[in-house]
Design a protein around this ligand. Structure first.
Ligand code: CA
Length: 262
């Protein structure tokens, strides 16, 4: 049961699941300070395991979400069809149909963000559900904090497609995501495509510590954590090109953050 901390998260209740004992643990740890943002959001939870469903409903409500819980895949499809659902949390092993089929059917009429929450954890399982149109995949057991972070990430991506930010200024650092150019003061700096993507990703929220796993997922579109060396190499190159290593701060055991350098 691994939980890592992220700087923008504050105090609150955290729920843990244990696959071995099928028990649910609730403890006090972190809660997201962005919960004002979640007040208008209705999460559809599709889960047939009563203990997991109860803990998730409590955890999501504690984080300010409205939650609608259903047990059957057919009910889930009808709820999404009815409208008003902002994100779907979808179990795969359901009594009436497989979650991958639920996902496929929803995608025939809706772009609602879908996060698959399942104990199936092979790469093939992930590929199958992502191919079916799911936006993210979280492997049981997981903590409510990780789930909330993923809900925020899919919502950010979903809203990002409506009004993309094209001009980012962080101190002397200016990034234009349309022309894909970067300058510090008067000096323009050339970056490789992935270096640019990584820098722009960090610069959208200066001071926020992004977890390595989230960066790999969002910038490299991979959940293969073995590529973490690639991430380190890109950070090193960005620091060198910006001319000051302090721009990209490494937070040990967590990830990276962009700092304003005067
Ligand atoms: Ca199940």
């Amino acid at each position: 049961m691994f939980m890592s901390s992220v700087s923008r998260l504050g105090e609150g209740r955290t729920t843990y699941f244990s696959k071995e004992t099928s028990k649910v643990f609730v403890g006090y740890s972190h809660k997201c300070s962005e919960s004002w943002h979640s007040l208008s959001m209705t999460i559809l939870l599709v889960e047939d395991d009563r203990a997991i469903a109860d803990a998730l409903v409590d955890g999501l409500r504690d984080n300010g979400y409205k939650v609608t819980h259903v047990v059957l895949g057919s009910e889930a499809i009808e709820k999404v069809r009815g409208g008003g659902i902002t994100t779907v949390i979808l179990d795969l092993g359901l009594p009436d149909m497989d979650g991958t089929e639920v996902c496929r059917q929803i995608r025939t009429f809706s772009h609602v963000p879908i996060i698959v929450a399942s104990a199936r954890e092979t790469e093939m399982d992930r590929v199958t559900v992502l191919d079916m149109g799911a936006d993210d995949y979280v492997v049981k057991p997981f903590g409510i904090k990780e789930l909330v972070a993923r809900i925020h990430a899919v919502m950010r991506r979903a809203s990002g497609t409506v009004a993309p930010v094209t001009h980012i200024e962080v101190g002397a650092l200016v990034i234009d995501t349309k022309s894909r150019t970067v300058s510090v003061g008067e000096k323009s700096i050339a970056f490789t495509p992935k270096e640019f993507d990584l820098l722009a990703y960090l610069a959208r929220e200066p001071g926020t510590v992004f977890r390595r796993a989230d960066i790999l997922r969002d910038v490299w579109q991979t959940t293969w954590y073995g590529t973490t060396k690639t991430l380190d190499a890109h950070v090193a190159s960005i620091r060198k090109k910006l001319g000051n290593a302090e721009w990209v701060d490494s937070v040990r055991g967590v990830g990276f953050t962009l700092r304003v350098v005067s």
